[in-house]
Structure formats: structure tokens, C-alpha cells
Design a protein around this ligand. Structure first.
Ligand code: S3P
Length: 448
């Protein structure tokens, strides 16, 4: 579990051209859902390309604790023998979800409509994050939750013995909340309806349909109306997990800001609810091309080529785009620091409740590296210094947040003086091969 091992201080220095193919790991969102839906299906689900980051490993352990048979066949190939919808057993011990908000929130959703009790915890980052956004709607099904003040972990959830279906308007743009409600709805009789005003990543909806659930999505003036018919028999599937666009963002953005670079990321997921970063980078003048665009397992994928882009310009990112790139603002703010002019990121207050307060973490680290930033509760503004203009020469606090650590290491590859992070260990939650992959491309990144 991250945050419990020793800290790993790391440093990145101005790097020569980054060249080559970046085989980034499998998509984190799809990996969690493959294990969870596999555990709820009847028969054997086979998964290839699973992200073997700590977050997903913790979900695999949790699925075993609830009674599923989960087997690691090596090299990203896994299988899950499910227990069927409503078949979760009561775990014998506390479920430790490590650093993973997705893991804990989705699993709470699934077990909330079964007559079992489970206690959840996680690392210091996860224990500081709000769970009320999930336990509030789960209470409507009849579940009860007992946590620490502020709805924080550790928390015990008592599942509803006789769940009722719900109709829920999600108050924050959150795929985790939407997914928790849908997964709870699986074991409630009748139709559970979830309405989201802003579209968030839709892997849960796509995958539930793929596993054979009856689920419809209607766009209306109220928003996206998702209707799920409860108590289906989910059929086991064969799933090929695409590479994670949120992980691809790091070598792609590094290539844009490191002189002479050209990096190809094959087979990345380009679901439009995830691809906002690439639209934004193109608006800034990034040289990105998508090759071999195709559909795989119901998800759009392509090979993405990124080339050094010396003329990057700051832009105003449309706030309505935020849900489709919510995990990418830290690395975008690094690109913004290396662009000419100002990049304005509004409508991003969800960043304050991620693995860390990402507005504060990026603002403080960028300032330490000589970049001028402005912020308020819902906004981050970065005043770019242009290609090669960032002084660097500082150590940023990673705050148990993988994306903060990777972002500052990418900044160090393009700044005048090295940039360090106090602890690179959280990188293992989502991108365990980051260091080797980046050095393989030519990046000067090392453990101190
Ligand atoms: C995720 C949803 C997002 C994202 C997280 C993964 C998911 O969180 O930040 O990394 O897999 O559903 P929110 O739904 O809370 O925005």
C-alpha cells in the first residue's frame, strides 16, 4: 500500500530528446471496473492489459475478501470467477483500499445493497477524502454508514437487507459517485435512475451493458439520465484494457516540452469522456497526431504521436471540459508553465478533493520553481515562461499524490535547473513503470 513504505525522493534534470514508443500501463478506471464487474458476473472473466498498480491490486484483494476468486496469470493477464449480483460474502477483516478513491467508492456501492457489513480504510491521503458524497445516496437504498467526522475513513458500511431502487441527481461531477449508485442499483429490485448534469467518464455504463445489464442513457435538458434495471444476471466477459490516457499524458506532455522529442503511445483509450487534455493541448498548439483510430471492446482507441512543440501558447480552458480531463490538470499546468502567455483553468474545484488538494499542490510547487500562479477555490491560473524559461531548482511536495509527483518530474525534464520531488513512491499506485519508461525514452530522472 502506498504511503506506508519509505519515501523515495526523486529528481529530474533537463533532458535530451525523448524518443521512442511509450507502452504505458492499462487504464486505471477500466481495470478497477473489470475486477469489480468480473466479481459480480457468473463464470470466468478474463482480463488482459490490467494495470498492475497498487490501486488496482488493492481492489483485486478486496474482491477476494468479498468472495470472488481472482487469479494473476502474469503480464497483465488476470481472471475473475464471480459470485453473481448480490452474492458478496461478508469480509472477515477491514478492507484496505490504499490510496484509491475509485476503489473504495465503487466497492462501497456494490456492497451497500447486500445484507453484509464491511469496514473500509486507506492511506493518509484516502483517509482525508470525503466519502459522504457516496454514502449519502447509498443511504437512500437503505444502507447505513458510520465513519469519522466529515464522512471520512475508516468507515463501516452496513448494507441494506431489503434495498429499494433510487432516483438520484448527482450533485458534483463525479464518475465515482455515479458509479457507486449504479453498482448499488444492481442488487436493488426495479429501476435505479442516476442523473448527471455534466457528463463524466462513462466506463461503468459501457461495461455494465457489455456484461449484459439492461441500461439506457438518455440526453435531456436535465442532463444524462441513466436507467439501470436491477438484479440482472451478469455474464462473464473477455476484456482487453486499453492503455491509460491519464498515464499517457505524462510522456506525451514531456515530449511536447523537451526539445527534439517524438514519442508514440500505442493503443491508448480515447473515450471522449477522457480525452479533454488532448483537445486542450491542440488548442495550445501541440503537435499531436492520432493514428489507426479504431474501436476495441466498445472503447475508441488510437496510437498517439506527440512531437516537441516549441510554439505552445497559453489558453483559457473551457470549464465544461473539466470532467473529461479532471486528472490531467497537474500535467497541463506544467505544459502551461512552459508555454508563452497565460493559461486559465476555471471550474476545477474538484481538484481540491483528489489524492491531494491538486490546486494547492501545483501552485506551491510551481511557485517554488519560479513560475507565477494565481488561484482561488475553483481556479488555477499559470503564467507561462515559454520554452526553456522555467528556472526549476526546487523540491516539490508530492503529498501522497502520484500525479503531482509525475508532473513535477516532467517539469524537471524541461526546466533550467533540476526539479525534485520529496517522495515518488505514490507513482506506483497508477504507473509503476514510470521511471524505467521515461529513462528508456531518454529522460534524465533518477532516485536521489
Ligand atoms: C475515476 C473518476 C474520477 C478520477 C479518478 C478515477 C473513476 O474521480 O479523478 O482518478 O475511475 O471513476 P471523480 O469521479 O471523483 O471525479
Amino acid at each position: 500500500m502506498s504511503g506506508h513504505g519509505p519515501a523515495i525522493p526523486m529528481t529530474a534534470r533537463r533532458s535530451g530528446p525523448l524518443k521512442g514508443t511509450a507502452k504505458v500501463p492499462g487504464d486505471k478506471s477500466i481495470s478497477h471496473r473489470s475486477l469489480i464487474l468480473g466479481a459480480l458476473a457468473v463464470g470466468e472473466t478474463r482480463i488482459s492489459g490490467l494495470l498492475e498498480g497498487q490501486d488496482v491490486i488493492d481492489t483485486a484483494k478486496a474482491m477476494r475478501a468479498f468472495g470472488a476468486e481472482v487469479t494473476d496469470h502474469g503480464e497483465g493477464n488476470w481472471s475473475v470467477h464471480g459470485v453473481g449480483v448480490g452474492g458478496f460474502a461478508e469480509p472477515e477483516d477491514v478492507i484496505d483500499c490504499g490510496n484509491s478513491g475509485t476503489g473504495v467508492r465503487l466497492i462501497m456501492g456494490v456492497m451497500a445493497t447486500s445484507p453484509i457489513t464491511a469496514t473500509f480504510t486507506g492511506d493518509a491521503s484516502l483517509r482525508s477524502r470525503p466519502m459522504g458524497r457516496v454514502t449519502d445516496p447509498l443511504a437512500l437504498f437503505g444502507a447505513k454508514a458510520y465513519g469519522r467526522s466529515g464522512g471520512r475513513l475508516p468507515m463501516t458500511v452496513v448494507g441494506a437487507a431489503e434495498p429499494v431502487p433510487v432516483r438520484y441527481v448527482v450533485p458534483v461531477p463525479s464518475a465515482q459517485v455515479k458509479s457507486a449508485v449504479l453498482l448499488a442499483g444492481l442488487n436493488a429490485p426495479g429501476q435505479t435512475v442516476v442523473i448527471e448534469k455534466e457528463a463524466t467518464r462513462d466506463h461503468t455504463e459501457r461495461m455494465l451493458a457489455g456484461f449484459g445489464a439492461e441500461i439506457t442513457v438518455d440526453d435531456s435538458a436535465e442532463g444524462r439520465i441513466i436507467t439501470l434495471t436491477g438484479q440482472p444476471e451478469l455474464q462473464s466477459q473477455t476484456i482487453a484494457v486499453p492503455r491509460d490516457p491519464s498515464s499517457a499524458a505524462f510522456p506525451v506532455c514531456a515530449a511536447l516540452i523537451v526539445e527534439g522529442s517524438e514519442v508514440l503511445v500505442p493503443n491508448i483509450g480515447l473515450n471522449e469522456t477522457r480525452a479533454g487534455l488532448f483537445t486542450t493541448l491542440r488548442e495550445m498548439g501541440a503537435d499531436l497526431s492520432f493514428e489507426n483510430e479504431r474501436l476495441e471492446g466498445g472503447e475508441p482507441v488510437a496510437d498517439l504521436r506527440a512531437r516537441f512543440s516549441p510554439g505552445l501558447k497559453g489558453i483559457e480552458v473551457p470549464p465544461e471540459r473539466a470532467p473529461s480531463m479532471i486528472d490531467e490538470y497537474p500535467i497541463l499546468s506544467v505544459v502551461a508553465a512552459c508555454a508563452e502567455g497565460t493559461t486559465v483553468m476555471r471550474g476545477v474545484k474538484e481538484l481540491r478533493v483528489k489524492e491531494s488538494d491538486r490546486i494547492d499542490a501545483m501552485a506551491r510547487g510551481l511557485e517554488a520553481c519560479g513560475v507565477k500562479v494565481e488561484e482561488d477555490e475553483d481556479t488555477l491560473i499559470v503564467h507561462g515562461l515559454g520554452q526553456g524559461g522555467v528556472p526549476g531548482g526546487a523540491t516539490a511536495a508530492a503529498r501522497l499524490d502520484h500525479r503531482i509527483a509525475m508532473s513535477f518530474l516532467c517539469l524537471g525534464m524541461a526546466s533550467q535547473q533540476p526539479v525534485s520531488v520529496d517522495d515518488g513512491s505514490p507513482i506506483a499506485t497508477s504507473f509503476p513503470i514510470f521511471e524505467g519508461l521515461m529513462t528508456g525514452l531518454g529522460a534524465a530522472v533518477e532516485r536521489n
